[in-house]
Design a protein around this ligand. Sequence first.
Ligand SMILES: Cc1cc2nc3c(=O)[nH]c(=O)nc-3n(C[C@H](O)[C@H](O)[C@H](O)COP(=O)(O)OP(=O)(O)OC[C@H]3O[C@@H](n4cnc5c(N)ncnc54)[C@H](O)[C@@H]3O)c2cc1C
Length: 378
Amino acid sequence: MDRRVFLAAGGASILTGCASTLAPPRRATTSPAIVPLKFDAGRLMKITVCLRPFRPNGPRLEVERFGARTVVHNYGHGGSGWSLSWGCAAEAAELAVSDGHREFAVIGAGVIGMTTALRLVETGAKVTVYAAQFPAETRSARATGVWSPSSRIGLLDSAAPEFADRWEQWARTSWASHLQALGTSGDPVEFLTQYNVAGGRAPRVPETHRFLHLDRRLADLTPDWGDTPLAERPFPQRFSRSGPTLVFNVSEYFDRLVRLFLLRGGRMVRRNFPDRAAVLALDEPVVVNCMGYGAKTIWGDADMLPVRGQIGWLLPQPEARYALWHDKVQAVSRRDGVIVQYLGPNDDWGYGNEREEIDPAETEQALATLRSLQAQQE
Ligand SMILES: Cc1cc2nc3c(=O)[nH]c(=O)nc-3n(C[C@H](O)[C@H](O)[C@H](O)COP(=O)(O)OP(=O)(O)OC[C@H]3O[C@@H](n4cnc5c(N)ncnc54)[C@H](O)[C@@H]3O)c2cc1C
């Protein structure tokens, strides 16, 4: 058995107990307390690119009237759509039912569309989801899948003064709903330990865009982090901070949303809307617009910007379930794969970049950074 695997499986205490009879380790710093993640490029299953639907003034969640037709907009959640989904879904559903209608069209089957549709169908209404792409094909399926409620959610100078309070309400409602999925079949949501490992060569570069960073408002919600005790450090030579992080196993989470929606009588129809007139021609009196970045052209939203992000997917490693952050690279060992992402020098990374072609060099570099961290321990 690999020495590190042995230690992770409980061998450390045996070694400690027999210290006088065993040879000391070659170097005290070569004994990570956890099973190493494997960052060989040969384990890559795929590379995906996603565009965050970013609006400098925050998500658009409001009613617009087109004659007798009501449109409830719920789009533009930047890098926080998974995290904020339930809070926004609850508010959108409330706006949609406020005129007393009982029949709704939800456009979009990403995380925003599916959570909104589920909240609506739970009121006993007749709900149809129309979408060009079904959940596994959407941009939402290409997300990192971690609790990140204020990631690229807006700009300080553009958001309305009351935005932070509204955001906090969405985040708190969402957090409570995510926790309800903990321990359910397939583990759509779970806590993993994340290690933020110090060091690295990437320089600190100040952001040119003044992003809203609101997480401190939720400090009471999330479990505490602390300095990782030396014996538990993944890389003993390097200082790290660690703590529990909420992870969304996106494939299973989507499965759960679709299952619940259909079980409660919802319908899903594949349809591509070429323009706004085609949406407004639907029979349902209320349309909920959850088109993500697709809303930019269909609803002529000039404020919407893409923020590109790319993820490399390595084979799942069920024996090593944790997350790492080091030198601007993040790795999360989810149930549907180990995902690795270069996060850039700051949140400007990918801003305004609409290129959806993959850049293999970016992923290779991210993997090389993590391999080099591991190599320094050997
Ligand atoms: C690299 C990356 C990592 C991320 N990581 C996280 C994370 O860890 N945590 C987090 O909370 N958020 C994360 N996000 C952000 C999150 O992915 C988005 O905010 C979220 O996916 C937006 O969901 P959505 O449902 O609005 O859009 P989408 O998933 O894009 O869904 C849009 C839906 O609308 C449909 N549609 C669009 N146009 C039309 C049309 N004309 N006709 C018919 N249907 C149409 C599409 O087919 C699709 O079904 C990340 C984003 C990126 C890019």
